[in-house]
Design a protein around this ligand. Structure first.
Ligand code: PMP
Length: 297
């Protein structure tokens, strides 16, 4: 699914076939989840292949390596250039890109001072599809921000997401909403959440969530086109009185919700702000919007 006979990955300076890559079985990433990764998309646009917000994604990767004390001897420009070259070698224009920095051998708990850069890419549709999602409240909470850097994409953190996702699937749901340690709505297993109420959008503030690059793009788009949006905490009860809700993420893009637990969102998706933003987001990633977005949110 992720590669074929002609696929190429980047591995520590070499462009090789994924099957010829070998990893260290004593790697701290394998044993303790100490690695940092990104999820990026490239789109086929009228002016060629464009990696959407490459700088923002690679800045987040670098931030993750800094807080985890993992060496990352690449600049953002180098990472971006490698990624464009990789897309070209794979003949991909529309692609999902997965860079990961893995750590070297160390069975102790201090970060290994050896690291590897691997970048893979493959064709991937919208992660959660186009259907409205039936979601449930997870029995798992987002981690206490004092237990780890919740805003860094560290491989080990995703155990929390996997638990929530598995629980949702087991009860016949598409996805999970996780609350934070204070019982406020935080996010989905791999995407951010917005709710719509009386013509205004609300999304949880930074602090207990992964501050998504798509979330920022959506807020920028709202500011530009005059959709009122506020970053503030809200409870599950408040979410269950919303007119509508949607998720945002690089892999998921913008996807609407049908229900949460036994509450069906009453506003038809096609008449929601989320629906409008889903289309604006598509235009934005394809570079088909004429006005520039403000950088400040
Ligand atoms: N929350 C979590 C837990 C995620 O894993 C992701 C995906 N990186 C997001 C939100 C959305 O982030 P982004 O828009 O940067 O892809």
């Amino acid at each position: 699914m992720y590669y074929n006979a002609n696929s190429i990955i980047y591995y520590n300076g070499d462009y090789i076939h994924p099957k010829t890559a070998s990893g260290d079985i004593y790697s701290q990433t394998l044993h303790y989840g100490n690695g940092v990764f990104e999820g990026i998309r490239a789109y086929k646009t009228k002016t060629g292949t464009r990696i959407f917000k490459a700088t923002e994604h690679y800045k987040r990767l670098q931030y993750g390596t800094e807080v985890m004390h993992i060496p990352c001897p690449y600049t953002i420009d180098e990472l971006t250039d490698i990624t464009y070259k990789l897309l070209e070698l794979n003949g991909l224009e529309d692609a999902y890109i997965r860079p990961i920095i893995t750590t070297g051998a160390n069975m102790g708990l201090g970060s290994s001072q050896e690291s590897n850069l691997i970048i893979q890419c493959w064709e991937w549709g919208k992660l959660m599809g186009d259907q409205l999602l039936k979601v449930r409240t997870s029995s798992f909470q987002r981690p206490n921000p004092k237990s780890c850097f919740v805003d860094a994409k560290v491989t080990g953190h995703y155990i929390n997401s996997i638990l929530a996702r598995n629980e949702a699937s087991a009860s016949g749901h598409d996805e999970a909403i996780l609350l934070d340690m204070n019982n406020n709505v935080a996010e989905c297993s791999g995407a951010n959440v917005f709710i719509e109420k009386d013509g205004k959008l609300y999304t949880p503030p930074k602090g207990h969530i992964m501050p998504g690059i798509t979330r920022t793009t959506i807020i920028e788009l709202c500011n530009e086109v005059g959709i009122p949006v506020e970053e503030r905490h809200f409870s599950l009860d408040e979410m269950k009185q919303a007119d509508n809700a949607f998720f945002t993420g690089t892999a998921a893009e913008v996807v609407g919700l049908k229900s949460i637990d036994d509450y069906n969102f009453p506003k038809p998706w096609e008449s929601t702000l989320g629906f409008k933003l889903m289309h604006l987001y598509k235009q934005e990633v394809l570079g088909e919007r004429t006005t520039n977005l403000s950088k400040a949110v």
